[in-house]
Design a protein around this ligand. Structure first.
Ligand code: G1P
Length: 293
């Protein structure tokens, strides 16, 4: 049973400046919830009970978001705003949230390694990158956890990314003899040049790892962009024990990218139980008025 999710949240959010100058990118809202809350809710829906946030300087407000807020709660109680009070309390009881700090941004692999002290020695755990938001109906994480429950092995999420965009990702080589619905990884490379990519299978920000990933991480030196890359640790791991990939096609938004963030906001707003219908009317009128249709 995997009960802990590690969420690296120490990045500087440079792709989303100027919004992220003083606000952690993980707290930028999608409709009415910060991006990281969508991710924590996804983890909880898949059975996760404990979240280890890897944060850094200037990111304390992420911890505050998942903590109790006595002054706010007292004020909502005094004014009889019961629905908002329930909402605020529910966030603080979503999961047991602890945090560790990454003193310097030294790469994703280093960030995940910082969580080691907050996990039991023999604990298999999952990693969710908060730039990748999954649609609430996606079963990706549950499906990955089911593979680990069945096999005891690590697994990473894979998506086909055609063309030069592949060089923004970790790219997997898989064993062609293995099951194409859940292939075995044979190699990995972080952010290859388009022409050097071994496949079009990009690793997305959902992973389940056995604790052996930490020993692999200990042996990794600076890689792509001079950083300690998680991909390089997965590369070592898949040479030493079975690591699966789970290909999926739909339901992922890269909310670190401004355009995808806007599209995700629109899609999730259209599905919002209170806002959806009115938003659809307003949006339809707006695109007509602006001459887009
Ligand atoms: C990170 C990982 C990369 C992975 C990607 C998924 O890259 O290093 O291997 O494919 O997340 O979104 P980043 O987006 O932080 O550059």
């Amino acid at each position: 049973m995997v009960r802990t999710a590690v969420i690296p949240a120490a990045g500087l959010g440079t792709r989303f400046l100027p919004a992220t100058k003083a606000t952690p990118k993980e707290l930028i809202p999608l409709v009415d919830k910060p991006a990281i809350q969508w991710v924590v809710e996804e983890a909880v829906a898949a059975g996760i009970e404990r979240v280890v946030l890897v944060t850094g300087r200037g990111k304390g407000s992420i911890e505050d978001h998942f903590d109790r807020s006595p002054e706010l709660e007292a004020s909502l109680e005094a004014s009889g705003k019961w629905a908002q009070l329930d909402q605020v309390r529910a966030i603080a009881s979503l999961a047991e949230v602890v945090s560790v700090r990454q003193g310097r941004p030294m790469g994703l692999g280093h960030a995940v390694a910082c969580a080691r002290a907050a996990l039991s020695a023999d604990e298999t755990f999952c990693v969710l990158l908060p730039d990748d938001i999954m649609h609430p109906t996606s079963s990706l994480l549950s499906d990955m956890l089911a593979v680990t429950a069945r096999t005891g092995s690590s697994i990473v999420a894979l998506k086909i990314i055609p063309g030069p965009a592949i060089s923004a990702y970790g790219v997997a080589s898989v064993d062609p003899q293995s099951d194409s619905d859940c292939p075995r990884l044979v190699d990995m490379v972080e952010k290859p040049a388009f022409g050097d990519a071994p496949s079009d299978l990009a690793v997305m920000g959902r992973y389940v790892f056995t604790p052996a990933i930490f020993d692999a991480m200990d042996r990794v030196g600076p890689g792509a962009q001079g950083e300690l890359q998680l991909t390089d640790a997965i590369r070592l791991l898949c040479h030493e024990e079975t690591v699966y990939g789970l290909p999926f096609t739909t339901g992922r938004f890269d909310v670190g990218d401004k355009l995808e963030f806007l599209l995700a906001t629109v899609e999730l707003a259209l599905e919002h139980p209170d806002l959806g219908d009115r938003f659809a009317d307003g949006l339809t009128a707006l695109v007509k008025r602006k001459g887009f249709v």
